[in-house]
Design a protein around this ligand. Structure first.
Ligand SMILES: [Zn+2]
Length: 151
């Protein structure tokens, strides 16, 4: 799928939804949910290395790949991020998706994914106080603030 640069409707196994594409060429990872419930940076509990995107407490919304790439990691628990997907976009750029709903991850390591393709659903697995996506942007192994890139 060529996502282009304009908002596009994606029809997928997880339903039909509109995806928006940022100037930096990233798709917003939770279509229709634009609330940043906790930004990247220092907070009372310590350094928060990602952007939390919530859907008014609703779980089950599709999480989509922010860019074309290859799934580099799928983890189903153990860490604070709970059920987690990581996608390698090449050029030292990866994205990570944490707290996914248990049993919802629909991709496997080595699988090629397209921008806007559903990969999991929003959940609250791992160290989480309510349903949200923890979105990581990883550049050359460093977790940076992804918000300026995805919005
Ligand atoms: Zn988070």
């Amino acid at each position: 799928m060529d996502i282009g640069t304009k908002p596009t409707t994606v029809s997928s196994s997880m339903g039909s939804y509109r995806v928006s594409i940022s100037k930096e060429g990233f798709v917003w990872p939770v279509p229709g949910c634009y609330t940043v419930s906790s930004p990247y940076g220092y907070r009372r509990s310590g350094f928060h290395d990602g952007v939390d995107i919530a859907c008014s407490g609703v779980r089950g919304k599709p999480i989509v790949a922010a860019k074309d790439g290859v799934v580099s990691r799928v983890s189903t628990g153990g860490s604070g991020l709970g059920h987690y997907v990581e996608i390698d976009h090449g050029g030292g750029v990866k994205t990570g998706y944490g707290h996914c709903l248990a049993g919802s991850i629909s991709v496997r390591p080595g699988q090629r994914v397209s921008a806007g393709q559903p990969i999991a659903r929003v959940g609250s697995t791992g160290n989480s106080t309510g349903p949200h996506l923890h979105f990581n942007l990883i550049v050359n192994g460093k977790r940076i603030n992804g918000l300026p890139y995805i919005r």
